[in-house]
Design a protein around this ligand. Structure first.
Ligand SMILES: [Fe+2]
Length: 319
């Protein structure tokens, strides 16, 4: 077909809400060698977060129905820390309750500054939230949070919000009052919702050494032997003193929180120097590498990945 005739035909198709596939060959050619990373490597320092969170406490006096959380926005994306994962920090002040609700968005909490008197209730099950504990709130589980300590508490929130929104699968139900509704008679208790840090730390010491991640402990669902949640897997990484990791590229994306130590995180063309309580993002299919710049101290990181999604859908690749 002559080009003038083809262009006229393209316009005719458009008037019938159709489009010739010959107009879309460009995206296939652009995908030779794989996708471009979604978003950019990024870091949010703890110093930034605590300063702005103190201000959030002044301007938002209570967190009963809306959570007092600062969510990290990847400057290369319309939403989210990665194209599938939200990450941020939440604070609850002494005596405060974040009231019950549930959503089809799954979430994890990694406690930064916790307390014996800080609890989350998830589908009726209480989880004490002490420093570095992990607490899961699976898709559609009721959850509320209570700070009965005398200090503000902080935790890392990681959720599958961008994935759920892009799939148009958002459901939400607010609770009524402070109490969660009664669970149905046939409710099956969750396999495990609370992962105390003391267990993780002792397992991490003896975890196998991975060339990219250092010693790597995978948090598992004891019922399935698989990842913590269908959409999000959780991991603890220990970079031994002087560790210089290999570089890796994966089709999954990841977020990291520095529990202790310091080092460098290379992602794409960026080299980010991290220290305690900083948060990092590795966009999918960006080349990443860790270095522990201390010759004396371990560096320990907590990470969350969307790898379960990519594996379930047959998209996971690693090189
Ligand atoms: Fe929630």
């Amino acid at each position: 077909m002559q080009s003038g005739l083809l262009e006229a035909f393209d316009e005719k198709l458009a008037r019938s809400n159709m489009r010739g596939q010959w107009k879309s060959e460009g995206f296939l050619n652009a995908a030779v060698g794989g996708p471009k990373p979604a978003g950019v490597p990024a870091m949010w320092t703890w110093a930034q977060v605590v300063e702005l969170m103190a201000e959030a406490g002044d301007v938002m006096r209570e967190s009963r129905q809306a959570r007092r959380a600062l969510m990290f926005h990847n400057p290369g994306l319309p939403r989210g820390a990665t194209h599938t994962i939200n990450m941020g920090v939440q604070m609850i002040v002494p005596g405060e309750t974040a009231w019950a609700h549930r959503h089809s968005i799954a979430a994890i909490r990694f406690i930064i500054k916790g307390d014996r008197a800080l609890t989350s209730i998830i589908d009726g099950e209480p989880c004490v939230m002490e420093d570095y504990d992990l607490v899961l709130t699976p898709n559609w589980s009721w959850h509320d949070h209570h700070n009965k300590s005398s200090e503000p508490v902080y935790w890392l929130d990681v959720l599958d919000v961008p994935l759920v929104l892009n799939l148009n699968q958002a459901f939400y139900e607010p609770g009524v009052g402070e109490d969660q509704p009664a669970l149905p008679a046939d409710f099956t208790p969750h396999a495990q919702l609370c992962y105390p840090w003391r267990d993780t730390e002792s397992r991490l010491r003896f975890a196998p050494l991975d060339a990219h991640d250092g010693r790597r402990h995978d948090y598992l669902n004891p019922r399935t032997g698989g990842p913590t949640l269908p959409t999000l897997s959780c991991h603890a990484l220990l970079l031994p003193p002087g560790f210089e990791g290999t570089s890796r590229r994966r089709t999954s994306s990841a977020v990291y929180f520095v529990v202790r130590g310091k080092g460098e995180f290379e992602a794409g063309d960026e080299k980010l120097r991290f220290q305690k309580y900083d948060s990092l993002v590795a966009p999918n299919f960006s080349r990443t590498r860790f270095v522990n710049t201390s010759k004396l101290q371990d560096a320990v990181l907590f990470s969350v990945e969307d790898t379960p999604v990519m594996k379930a859908l047959g998209f996971y690749r690693e090189s």
